[in-house]
Each structure stands twice: as C-alpha cells, then as structure tokens.
Design a protein around this ligand. Structure first.
Ligand SMILES: [Zn+2]
Ligand SMILES: [Zn+2]
Ligand SMILES: [Zn+2]
Length: 316
C-alpha cells in the first residue's frame, strides 16, 4: 500500500453529522455508485475513469470515504457501511411516487369477516376493514385499520396488492421476532422494552376502547438503544413462540407451523379471537397473556425482558 489516499487513515466511527457531510458531495456519491456497480474490487485507475474527475480532486474525495470504502492491496471496494448506505437509497428509489388503492382484495377482516381494503400512500401500507372498527385508531388512520406498516417502495415491484400484503407480513414477522428477542432488526443493537397497559380498557362493544383507542389492552414498544428503530406490538406476540403456547395451538389443530403473525385471516380467526392481556405487577414487572380456545385456556406470564417465566394450561 503506497501513495493510496487512505494511507495513515484509520476507519473509525463517524457521527451521523459527519456521515451526512461526508456523503453530501457528488464525486463521493459517484465513487460509491461506481464501486456498487462494479463486479469486484476496482483499481485506482479503473475507479477514477468510472467517476471521470481530475486526479487531485479524486484523491481527496476518495480519501474522505474511508468509513465507507476499503482499500486492499491496490484495489478499492465498499465496506459494509457503504453497502448499507446504497441499499437504503435503492430501497427507497425503485419506483417513482409509488401508491395504490384503496383496493378491495380477496381477504377478510380477522375480527368480523368483513371486506378488506388495502392502500399504499407515502410509503405506508394500510389494511382496513370496511365494516368494523379494526384494531387501532389514530388521527391519520382510516376507520377500520388493523394493519399499518411503513414499507419500502421496492416491495411494490411486480406484485399485486395481495402479494404486497403477504410481503408486509413476512417482513414484519422477521423484524418483530428479532426485536422480541432483544436484537434490533435494523442494526443488531440492543433493544429495550416498555409496556403500556390501558388503565381502563373496554373494547368489548362495537367500538375500540375509548381510553386507549385500540382493541388490545397491553402494548409493548421495543426500541433499539443504538439506532432508535422502534416497533409496537401487542403483548400476545411476545409469548406466541413459547413451546407451551405452540403446543396449545397445535393440540387445537392450528394450521400453522411457524410464528402465526401472518395467519390472522378469517379462517384462523378462532385461534386469535379470545386473547386477553394484563399487567400483574410493576415491581417486579409481570404481565400475563391468556389465550382461550373453546373451554381450554393457557396463561403465560412474562417479565420485563418479555421472557416467559410461567406457562400454565387449564384444559377443560
Ligand atoms: Zn372487520
Ligand atoms: Zn383501552
Ligand atoms: Zn438499531
């Protein structure tokens, strides 16, 4: 390694401000793009020819990219951080101004069996029931919303709305599974949990709970301590992979053999329609999920890390 622009530069951590300022330059972005499009590592002259700027400037800009580009022997390639930046840009840029719907699809509301409409606006995907109140209410949510996800535009490419719904489930099942286990799905950082229990929950009628605005009384927010990526989910999600719960569902003929988040369709509604959640104590934190199928019931207690500490079946 001699005379390369990285000589003497150790790639270290960069702050978000530094990262934005490093990337806020056309030549540097062109360097990253050329390396992204290349089949393998590029030599200095290949890279400079691909970018097409004069030597002095080029050396300087390449040197500024040490956090994103690795020099190995006489060649250059993207570091993982460089690939991630380009992936983030590509994920958001495949389709211009993507949107669809509201579109009626061949699915039924998991709560009432009513017709379901899907829409995608401003990178948010919404599924709503046209008959009932759905699962959550929010200022910007259409009535009947039971699923609302931010979804990259790439998810729409070559897919029907029904397929986008399946993709949204698949993507978020994976993300939520990792988050529940304390691993950030975006950066692999440490996830912390906070639990929000409705103090006066009543969603037994035709409307959502007047106090918390949802159908479920206990929600968990999982938030990455590193990148602040956060996801909210009902407490029930945290116990659904516990072997006792899996066995309980299995014994009652549930048709899934994996985490069933994606299976909240009308056919499977009986498996998820009678679930209650409550916070038993704050110090130490204990919360309980009760799942009923016919006359049988299972109670699962979790601690503040969402670890299952007790699962008791009460079969009739
Ligand atoms: Zn409905
Ligand atoms: Zn409530
Ligand atoms: Zn993270």
């Amino acid at each position: 390694m001699d005379d390369g622009p990285f000589d003497g530069i150790e790639p270290g951590g960069v702050t978000p401000t530094e990262a934005f300022s490093i990337l806020g330059n056309e030549t540097r972005v062109a360097i990253l793009q050329a390396l992204w499009e290349s089949e393998g590592p590029m030599s200095f002259s290949e890279l400079r020819n691909a970018v097409g700027v004069d030597k002095g400037n080029f050396n300087y800009h390449l040197g500024e990219l040490s956090h994103f580009v690795r020099q190995r022997d006489e060649t250059y390639e993207l570091r993982e951080a460089g690939k991630q930046v380009l992936r983030a840009v590509i994920a958001g840029a495949i389709t211009e101004d993507p949107s669809f719907g509201p579109t009626r699809i061949d699915h039924r509301c998991p709560y009432c069996g009513g017709p379901v409409e899907l829409s995608y606006q401003e990178e948010v995907f919404t599924a709503r029931c046209t008959r009932c109140v759905g699962a959550v209410r929010g200022e910007t949510y259409p009535r009947g919303t039971f699923l609302r996800y931010a979804l990259p535009p790439a998810s729409l490419e070559d897919r029907t709305p029904e397929e986008v719904l399946a993709v949204a489930h698949r993507l978020y099942d994976g993300k939520i599974t990792a988050m529940i286990e304390g691993v950030c799905s975006e950066c692999a950082g440490v996830v912390g949990f906070s639990v929000d229990a409705c103090p006066d929950h009543d969603a037994s009628g035709r409307e959502l709970c007047a106090t918390c605005g949802t159908r479920h009384s206990v929600w968990v927010e999982a938030c990455c301590e590193n990148c602040r990526y956060a996801r909210q989910f009902v407490l029930w999600f945290a116990v659904v992979t516990n072997p006792a719960v899996v066995a309980f569902y299995h014994d009652h003929g549930a048709p899934w053999n994996r985490v069933p988040f994606a299976k909240l369709t009308r056919e499977n509604a009986r498996y998820v329609s009678d679930i209650s959640e409550e916070v038993l104590s704050r110090e130490p934190f204990r919360a309980r999920v009760a799942i009923r199928l016919g006359d049988d019931e299972i109670h699962v207690t979790v601690d503040d890390d969402l670890e299952v500490i007790d699962a008791t079946r009460d079969d009739a």
